[in-house]
Design a protein. Structure first.
Lengths: 108, 108
DNA sequence: CAATTGGTTCGATATTTTTCGAACCATAAG
DNA sequence: CTTATGGTTCGAAAAATATCGAACCAATTG
């Protein structure tokens, strides 16, 4: 049977590409999502965008870019989704990178 | 008199924006340029792209993106240009970032 | 089972970024 | 002064990304 739509593909730790990760982090909205997840996993419904009226399809697309780059994990939880930062995988593949990004002061 | 075309604008250290820097570094060709400059300044003519037949206008545009993000400095030197990585400024503004990027293994 | 909630996917359109030739500019060399 | 070299800028076209509504799907609730 075909893979259930509810479990989305995640790249393996060893397959993470630096340029893809940097690109995913280079958008302010996506970076803000990552900052929220730095404090721990979050249900997607509790992960808010700067503009709360953003359509859900747009939000879903932002998550897709982050997920496909290997920055976040997106798993089914109940009827929603649980988002988490792949901090260990990122640290293993690109030591120091995610820490410096999270540590950087927020842009004005 | 109008500013000479030969000295290009560079953002001040304090004005560097994380997302712009990450975006500039997120392109494989631009990242390769940055890696070359990690060993020290280089004349632009000696800074080679993966495809040597790339038009000079394209090469110039790659440098523009890096310069406007504050990643590199581009100064007149003789009849050419001297390129350098703004390592100190990057380190001051985003501690650890450029080091982790340069330290990361090259993508396959 | 029906309705609601929370989310993905698809397709079209808008926006951004890239590419590249042509024109142009400044310096150095003849 | 003329030519060659090394580069920027402009404008148009191509390619990549983002946005968003509609359709759809799965789990929970009534």
């Amino acid at each position: 049977m075909a893979p259930d739509i509810t479990d989305l593909p995640h790249p393996d730790r060893t397959d993470l590409r630096l340029t893809d990760v940097l690109f995913a982090l280079s958008d302010p909205e996506r970076l803000a999502i990552v900052r929220q997840l730095a404090d721990g996993p979050l249900e997607m419904a509790q992960c808010h965008l700067s503009d709360p009226s953003t359509p859900k399809s747009t939000k879903s697309h932002l998550m897709k870019v982050l997920r496909e780059a290997g920055v976040i994990r997106n798993e089914t939880l109940g009827r929603g989704r649980r988002l988490s930062l792949r901090q260990d995988d990122l640290e293993a593949r690109f030591p120091g990178l995610i820490g410096s990004v999270l540590g950087a002061s927020v842009d004005r």
